[in-house]
Design a protein. Sequence first.
Length: 332
Amino acid sequence: MTLTESDDVSAVSTGSLPDRDRVTRAMADAHARFGVVHDGTVADYIPALADADPALFGLSVVSVTGDSHDVGDADHPFSIQSISKAFVFALVAQDLGHDEVLRRIGVDSTGLPFDSVMALELNGGAPMNPMVNAGALATTSLVPGATPAEKWDRIVAGLSRFAGRPLEVDEDVYASEAATNQRNQAIATLLQSYGSIDADPVEATDVYTRQCSLLVTAHDLAVMAATLADGGVNPLTREQVVDAVACRDVLAALATSGLYEQSGRWLATIGLPGKSGVSGGIITIAPGKGGLATFSPPLDGAGNSVRGKLATQHLSRALGMNIFASAPHPPS
């Protein structure tokens, strides 16, 4: 027997973030401690990203009540890149519903790099997860709209609602990525050959490239993450962007593949669903509590921000955000 959403009687119990002073102290400590780390290299396979200042480092925490904490370069704009996958998936999950989105896209981990073609071939041409490129391209192709322009308008409007302000494309990043996205075009063509997308592969890839080129800040990303943490309600505008079921589906997908082949280690050390991008951003979501975002361009070998990972691990522990952590209950 399988339960449907109409049968769902589950309760929710998540707690809240610590008091403001504790959050502020923990963030200042993380910024000071990890700002001196100089490991990693700035992404250079997208030419427009190669010029990023490696010294940039910003942290932002936004609670579900709208309380904000920013440190360092939290207001510095950068392109959202793969972090956009989480929010476009949320929009599609809202439109398709839980059962259909699992059938069409899936939420299982591939255990392979984000741009792997092998995972697609081994799964009969069906995408396995919206956080890897094959699944993200399939997700973007499922955004409602009769034309690529209509799909794009829906995406930019939806992600702007998550951020609580209008978002714009970095045209230089878009042009740079559009000139170097042949692999994604090939993945989209392979998806089409298997019947996994109905859209023209070149058009689907172009819309996906545009969504990755949207400009955000770490503060924007923390607001967007906090929206996912609060059942789809933006903590600043109080608008219901998507419903709680769509948010739950997104967090499940992030937990399995948000950090690609490092997702298991991420959960073991940080204990929160998260998503990284090659421009240096990382988001993490503490359900019912809030969203954390970091920005620092130098990346490790898997394409994740070095300082961002360290700061997120520190804050997860300092603020009691790890969803797997518990302490022995005192005997009565």
